[in-house]
Design a protein around this ligand. Structure first.
Ligand SMILES: Cc1cc2nc3c(=O)[nH]c(=O)nc-3n(C[C@H](O)[C@H](O)[C@H](O)COP(=O)(O)OP(=O)(O)OC[C@H]3O[C@@H](n4cnc5c(N)ncnc54)[C@H](O)[C@@H]3O)c2cc1C
Length: 296
């Protein structure tokens, strides 16, 4: 069975940086990325705002990724794209599924940098049917930015996470109407800079203390019943698309079965958004590189 000093799972900013840190510290490294491209979430973020701290520049996500990837490719690390890690075992082996099929490898240390997942609309348990036209903000971003698709023309956004705010700006810039952004809290979430640069600059109507009670429509969503959480008032908002920006959760699926009394085994560390959701990529890069380079 093949053996490496470090197995790094995930080829986003965290995995790329952790693998580089470990390779530059003289370890044998294998990085597995299930997608076809390295860069992770950076690839679908076409807006600027990456690298202000690290490079003193305002880069797009792909531009930022292009600063990280060559360093890893020029290092001794082995990189496999289109390769998913299906499971990690307590005997420090991993099951990989890649272009050549299934194989198991042995490792001394593992850095799990699998990123995060979006909270889904289904998790809210809202009444009504489930017609077409309902997307999480990340899925909408991927469809629009990577697929070149349109998700709709009259868009309602539920939740004020950063991705929803960035997408609200994108929709307005591309000639779509953002009917409103609804937020159940009494303040908008996300980073102050997104509130300024996306919501305020583009005059997106924001309704605080407001939620969606019911989805209206059968084949395609035609609107929602909104409710004010303080007054209880309910009213209909017409839209052809609902985008949910309900927040992100670290994706720790692969390590759940390895926890003993809530603790990770000593050979496993989490990095980047898989450890905790990071708003700014520069800190992900710094922390992940240091983790890869450290002795533990
Ligand atoms: C919409 C959005 C906008 C942002 N905007 C900014 C901004 O303007 N400025 C800024 O500085 N930061 C921004 N950030 C934050 C920053 O981009 C992220 O914190 C950072 O890129 C996260 O990197 P990561 O490697 O932890 O996760 P990811 O980039 O999500 O990478 C995880 C990778 O792991 C892979 N993977 C998962 N499971 C497996 C498996 N089992 N096997 C193999 N591979 C696997 C995935 O395919 C993915 O490529 C933004 C984030 C988002 C989501």
């Amino acid at each position: 069975m093949e053996h490496v000093d470090f197995l790094v799972i995930g080829g986003g900013a965290a995995g790329l940086s952790a693998a580089l840190g470990a390779a530059e510290a003289g370890r044998s490294v294998l990085l597995c990325e299930r997608g076809t491209l390295l860069g992770g979430i950076l690839n679908q973020c076409l807006h600027e705002g990456f690298g202000r701290a690290l490079f003193g520049e305002d880069l797009t996500g792909p531009e930022f990724a292009a600063r990280l990837i060559p360093a890893l490719q020029n290092s001794s690390a082995q990189v496999l794209t289109q390769t998913s890690v299906l499971s990690l075992s307590p005997d420090q082996t991993a099951l990989l599924s890649g272009r050549a099929g299934l194989r198991r490898i042995r490792f001394d240390r593992c850095i799990l940098a699998a990123g995060c997942r979006e909270k889904t609309f289904a998790s809210l348990g809202i009444a009504g049917t489930r017609p077409a036209g309902i997307f999480t903000a990340g899925t909408a971003q991927k469809l629009v930015n990577l697929g070149g698709h349109s998700v709709g023309d009259r868009i309602l956004i539920l939740g004020s996470g950063d991705i929803g705010q960035i997408m609200a700006r994108h929709f307005v810039e591309s000639g779509r109407a953002v009917v409103a952004l609804l937020e159940q809290a009494d303040h908008v979430g996300g980073m102050a800079r997104n509130r300024r640069e996306c919501l305020e600059a583009y005059r997106i109507p924001v309704l605080l203390r407001t939620t969606v009670d019911e989805i209206l429509g059968t084949g395609r969503i035609r609107g929602v019943t909104a409710r004010n959480l303080d007054t209880g008032r309910r009213w209909e908002i017409s839209c052809d698309t609902l985008v949910t920006a309900l927040g992100l959760l670290p994706d720790q699926t692969l390590c759940r079965s390895l926890l003993v009394k809530g603790q990770l085994p000593s050979w496993l560390r989490l990095s980047g958004n898989c450890e905790s959701v990071h708003d700014i990529v520069d800190s992900v890069v710094r922390e992940a590189y240091a983790l890869g380079a450290a002795s533990w």
